[in-house]
Design a protein around this ligand. Structure first.
Ligand SMILES: [Zn+2]
Length: 191
């Protein structure tokens, strides 16, 4: 892309990270119908990934699914990319936000009614959160981190160095066993 300057460098790194995150979903989650593919036409895409200087104070955020469709948009904020200064770290962030877009909530966030409609998971007095069978229960005050290895904990584990899980390193930083079980439950492979 030939972009230069700090934002251009960050954009290039995040672009690569999104590609790698897509590859992680496609290769490390067996027995699921979920498959992601990069397209360059907004008209033909399910999830638009925005890379820009949003100045939101959040490294990334995403819309949750709506009406049977994945969350329409993922935002990665180039003004807040300092914590994600390597491709493995940025990959962890990109996978995390794509995880929200396909319906996963933070495994270490205690559900409560302060969640707003704009967040997508609490509306008109109804929680749209469901615990996925076979995975740990919601976080509680006495058990705030039910799945320490989850890729979708609220405070992304920067100290981990970022994504290192691969087919040859299945125990690396990435999807936990329960993350994989959750994706398989949401997008089952139908024989
Ligand atoms: Zn998140």
């Amino acid at each position: 892309m030939g972009e230069s300057g700090p934002l251009g460098i960050a954009a290039n790194r995040y672009t690569e990270a999104v590609r790698q995150a897509i590859d992680k979903f496609n290769t490390l989650v067996p027995n699921t119908t979920i498959k992601m593919r990069e397209v360059f036409s907004q008209a033909s895409c399910d999830i638009t990934v925005h890379l820009a200087a949003f100045n939101t104070g959040r490294s990334g955020y995403a819309h949750y699914p709506l009406n049977g469709n994945p969350g329409s948009d993922v935002y990665l904020d180039l003004t807040d990319e300092g914590d994600y200064s390597t491709i493995p770290l940025a990959t962890l962030l990109a996978a995390h936000e794509l995880g929200h877009a396909i319906g996963l909530f933070h495994t270490d966030e205690i559900p409560n009614s302060s969640f707003t409609e704009s967040y997508g998971y609490y509306s008109a007095g109804i929680f749209y959160l469901k615990r996925i069978p076979g995975t740990p229960d919601f976080a509680t005050a006495s058990n705030p981190t039910p799945d320490l290895n989850s890729f979708i904990i609220k405070n992304i584990n920067i100290a981990s160095g970022g994504w290192s899980q691969s087919l040859t390193n299945p125990s690396g930083v990435g999807f936990s066993n329960d993350d994989i079980a959750a994706i398989q439950f949401l997008y089952p492979f139908l024989k």
